[in-house]
Design a protein around this ligand. Sequence first.
Ligand code: SAM
Length: 317
Amino acid sequence: MLDSFGRDITYMRVSVTELCNLRCRYCMPADGICKKAHEEMLTEDEMITAIQAAASLGITKLRITGGEPLVKKNILSICRRASLVPGIREICITTNGTLLPALAEPLREAGVRRVNISLDTLDADKFRYISRCGELTQAVDGIRAALEAGFDKVKINTVLIGGFNDNEIPALAELTRRYPVDVRFIELMPMYDSGDFGPEAYIPFTVVLDKLPELHPVDPDGGVAKLYSFPDAKGRIGLISPVSAHFCAACNRIRLTADGKIKPCLHSGDEYSLKGLDYESMAAKLRDAILSKPSWHGVLDVENRSHAGRNMNQIGG
Ligand code: SAM
């Protein structure tokens, strides 16, 4: 379905939970979240109905996210049922990777084709600091498990944080020479209430190019990342610049939160609730949401924080 600016909306991010087993500083508060009542959240059946309604409007690609999607007890059932919805051609998942050793193969069997794993540092102490409680070895074991499970694609997502991991850009990029993974550097977004990062933390994607002059551009793959590669590398480097060079004109996505709100734009407070609706009403609400998608997310920088009204774990990054 085309939105009012002619963008073909084919991609929905589905957050299956707000809960997470990590507490990343840029994503959620230290004390976790105020747990919502069970009745406020979408049931598995409602999620699948919402996906069916979205598919009827032209959504072909889903990304299952959270919170941490792998802490959701029925994650395999959600993925399996979503993969059987007519019109859905691809299911991807975004995870912190820590639970992948047990779940990578079952997810692959449940129809998940691609996996993005978040990894902001290769240093165990820094990993503990940024995630407030995680262990690097668990995330690394998860990446290994994803590679062994034979997904179509494994990507590593690194949030660029000035003064924290900009000195690790070469080491993280090096992974693309050794393993068949894409490493994507994502600019830190000033979300609603997340993190106590000063202006120095918000560094532009161009820092990566400055640090890695041997990178050469490669053909885009239809996604929002600007793609580069080292000569003879097994994977690519992706640069994602929501802050310094927004890509709203090419945005083809909507988001469904775990409590059933459609967010037509990540950084807007506008939400359309699907909770408790039947298939037809969900399809009508989805149509309204798509038609209301703004042309761009507005100015976003350290002074102009996101208007999302939620942190990332409550939206689904
Ligand atoms: N728990 C999963 C994970 O860690 O990948 C999925 C949910 S997490 C919200 C999805 C992605 O959002 C992660 O790659 C995370 O790094 C990114 N993210 C969260 N807050 C962000 C922020 N303020 N700026 C940029 N990326 C952010």
